[in-house]
Write a protein that binds this ligand. Sequence first.
Ligand code: PGA
Length: 250
Amino acid sequence: MNTRRAFIAGNWKMHKTVSEARDYFGAFLPSVRNIVDRDIVLAPPFTALTAMAEMIRGSNVMLSAQNVFYEENGAYTGEVSASMLKELGCAYVIVGHSERRQYFHETDETVNKKIMISLKHGLGVIVCIGELLSEREAGRTYEVLERQITTGLKDINNEGLVIAYEPVWAIGTGRTATPEQAQEAHEHIRTRLREFYGKSADRLRILYGGSVTPENIDSLMACPDVDGALVGGASRKPESFEMIVKFKGG
Ligand code: PGA
């Protein structure tokens, strides 16, 4: 039986000003107030984090940043450090999202450094991995996951880690992986993580991400190795994210 606590995270990407974020939280927080059996995380843009940290105080919702830089501090114009995020009240940070890999040239090596510094500062890390459509079609899915895990998690302790499997072809496309495809990849990832971390890998939560909606969340969460979801588009409306958070089962 899956005893891992469900973890539902919403990633707003580059959406919502502070006032839009306030309106959202005003509606969302009361709607999930009574939920105690699952982790609820939201990742607004950097600019909204301070205001959101105040709004969630005393609530059951945690904050995540969408990115972090891998140095402690210094002359890195435009970057944000792990200690800054921690001080703001972030519980998590997303690292290695495919959009960052695609548009901002993140590599498995920089992902590794970002995980390292975030854990050092006491942030939990949602590490994103996943294959491109061309890689899946070429039968290279496991090879890509292998590279992302081996290099990305090199010398990383698994305490504080959450893994998000996000097939790139499913992100923002409306083309969700079937529960069978998700389960197959998650099972593979967990087997691989067991080689890395031994039995404690059984406690690691593996989220599915890519066009998760209120309509498909129940069937995804019914998979034994799917422990939660990383939700983009459908997390931007409080009503639809509420429905996802309240998935049946778990
Ligand atoms: P999506 O995004 O739910 O809009 O597909 C998921 C993600 O990028 O994490």
